[in-house]
Design a protein around this ligand. Structure first.
Ligand code: ARG
Length: 463
């Protein structure tokens, strides 16, 4: 009798082994699809009424019944049962319990295969929109920092070795660029998400006069997918989405790592607010950047979703195979981890302070102005490679004398290259060298201010 209760129990004479029920269930992780499942089912019912497969009145009962079931789920009043497998079965069986035969009509012209694909697409579409808002907030936090830190010059690094001086704001706007590409990538992914699976049914479509265009429109999909076989096997959009999340978390972890470094005693560039740091259980003096470390660490969860999904998809024959049920675990974990980082990140960005005194006290270390001097020589007509060599030898001289380039006398400088004039001191020193950077997109103050205006306008437009 227990078997009769199963929606697919008609041809079975033996009850399912309870261990099999536990092994095959997905309700423990797909319950979070309840809201999108109801949205999809309501649209499906409206389509069925539109083509006359159910009456308008039956449709209203179904739409209303589903809304009540969702409310019950959201109140936490739904008892999830392993034997009902998944969220789709729970909602349908609750509907049948309420409406009897009318509830039994809902699944007309569809299958759980197109249903779960639809749910996932609706879920991912919402997730993309939510991520876009998060990323815009994060960009705004960086833009506000860029306004605040406009006067601060910091060392720029390559190979983590001091390279050339740039505006601190150049760093903040660099993150805006990365997160902008992330937003654009998500929008691109959204195009492929926004194709409706509904009505592809199990794998072959249906002999019933369903209207796939109509239901696609109701759910604000751009159009129905053109091949029913492809629909039930397609999880490309999840792999793509996981990749988008992975790059977001790569960018977040680059930022986190940089700030972890800048927060060390060795760098000392950054102060983090107490609210976003934690203490040590044994060392009383410690203040640890755990939030940043976890933002860096959660990339493991996010990035592993990509291989998990690809491995799941590899070699699966058409069309639906139960393997696909595992897709949700990877995607939800990756999405949750990314969203939790993005929720905190803007506040960390806004709350930190640059330790300007400390930055300035060591700004002349590391010959940040060497490239500026080389370019000065080029402007005086010295071939680039010769200029490079000359400045290299001047740096070596400074190292011997334990001094800076700006501390060399004009005679010392002219001893290596007679094209050097007294105006050389206008580009020596880190601040002068930063100010000398004028090319488009460079880290000098004029260009950074220009880009800051671009970002202010871009983010204001989007609001
Ligand atoms: N819980 C299933 C999943 O997540 C729903 C689809 C089941 N389809 C089937 N033919 N058994 O993939």
């Amino acid at each position: 009798m227990a078997e009769r209760a199963k929606a697919w129990g008609g041809r079975f004479s033996q009850a399912t082994d309870p261990r099999v029920e536990r092994f095959t269930e997905s309700i423990s992780f797909d319950a979070r699809l309840a809201a999108v499942d109801v949205r999809g089912s309501q649209a499906h019912a409206r389509m069925l009424a539109h083509v006359g497969l159910i009456s308008a009145e039956e449709c209203e009962q179904i739409v209303q019944g589903l809304a009540e079931i969702l409310a019950e789920i959201e109140r936490g009043a739904m008892a999830w049962k392993t034997e009902l497998e998944d969220v789709h079965m729970h909602i349908e069986s609750a509907l049948i319990e309420r409406l009897g035969d009318v509830g039994r009509k809902l699944h007309t012209g569809r299958s759980r295969n197109d249903q779960v694909a639809t749910d996932l697409k609706l879920y991912v579409r919402d997730a993309i929109d939510e991520l876009d808002r998060h990323l815009a907030r994060l960009q705004s936090a960086f833009v506000e920092r860029a306004e605040r830190d406009l006067e601060v010059i910091v060392p720029g690094y390559t190979h983590l070795q001091r390279a050339q001086p740039v505006c601190a704001s150049h760093y903040w706007l660099a993150y805006c660029e990365k997160f902008q590409r992330d937003r654009e990538r998500l929008q691109d992914c959204r195009k492929r998400v926004n194709i409706s699976p509904l009505g592809a049914a199990a794998l072959a479509g249906s002999s019933l006069p369903i209207d796939r265009q109509h239901v696609a429109k109701l759910l604000e999909f751009d159009e129905p997918a053109g091949n029913s076989l492809d629909v039930s096997s397609d999880r490309d959009f999840l792999a793509e989405f996981a990749f988008c999340l992975s790059l977001i978390s790569a960018h977040l972890s680059t930022w986190a790592e940089e700030w972890i470094l800048w927060f060390t005693t060795e760098f000392g560039f950054l102060r983090l607010p107490d609210a976003y740091t934690t203490g040590s259980s044994i060392m009383p003096q410690k203040r640890n950047p755990d939030v940043l470390e976890l933002i860096r660490g959660k990339t493991a969860r996010v990035m592993s979703a990509v291989p998990r999904l690809l491995i799941l998809l590899k070699g699966l024959p058409m069309a639906y195979n139960r393997d696909l049920q595992e897709d949700k675990l990877a995607v939800f974990d990756a999405y949750d981890a990314t969203a939790s980082c993005l929720e905190l990140a803007p506040d960390v960005v806004a709350g930190a302070e640059l330790n300007v005194e400390r930055i300035e006290s060591r700004l002349e270390d590391g010959f940040l102005d060497a490239t500026a001097l080389m370019e000065y020589l080029i402007r005086q007509g010295v071939p680039m490679r010769t200029a490079h060599h000359t400045v290299g030898s001047l740096v070596a001289e400074c190292e011997r004398r334990k001094c800076r380039l700006a501390e060399l006398s004009l005679d010392d400088l002219r001893g290596r290259c007679d094209r050097i004039g007294p105006d050389v001191y206008q580009i020596l020193g880190a601040k002068n060298a930063a100010a000398a950077l004028i090319s488009f997109g460079s880290g000098g103050p004029a260009r950074v201010k220009e880009q800051l205006t671009v970002w202010q306008a871009k983010l204001a437009d989007a609001e």
